[in-house]
Write a protein that binds this ligand. Structure first.
Ligand SMILES: [Zn+2]
Length: 122
């Protein structure tokens, strides 16, 4: 469906046709009406809408990858902090085996997160 974003609120405005078969757009919440009356503008609009349709899907996919990478980086940071906290609590004099085990598990998790990140970065 061809659309333009509303220049005030960003809502998707569907292309409509008036009784003279000229394209126009309406944003009801904003009360904006955008009419394209001349051939020059109609030609530019068609070109823009064709490109927008072609570009929209790759853009969405890329945006999703960026979100995934950001989420992974946040998780990696969190796991690193947990490991550091545990390591600071483990001393040679008072060695808590549960904390050592938890620390090792977290290191495995960290390695897996990096593997996941590597896959995404490819
Ligand atoms: Zn609007």
């Amino acid at each position: 469906m061809p659309f333009l974003p509303c220049l005030l609120c960003g809502a998707k405005l569907e292309k409509r046709m008036d009784k003279n078969h000229k394209p126009y757009f309406v944003c009801n919440p904003c009360g904006i009406q955008l009419f394209i009356r001349r051939e020059h503008g109609i030609g530019l609009l068609d070109k823009l809408l064709r490109n927008a349709e072609k570009n929209e899907i790759p853009f969405k996919q890329r945006a999703e990858e960026v979100y995934q990478i950001q989420a992974l980086l946040t998780e990696i940071n969190g796991v690193k902090q947990q490991i550091e906290r545990l390591q600071s609590q483990i001393t040679f004099l008072f060695r808590d085996e549960d904390k050592v085990r938890a620390c090792n598990l977290l290191k495995t998790k960290l390695a897996n997160l990096f593997k996941e990140l590597e896959q995404l970065a490819k």
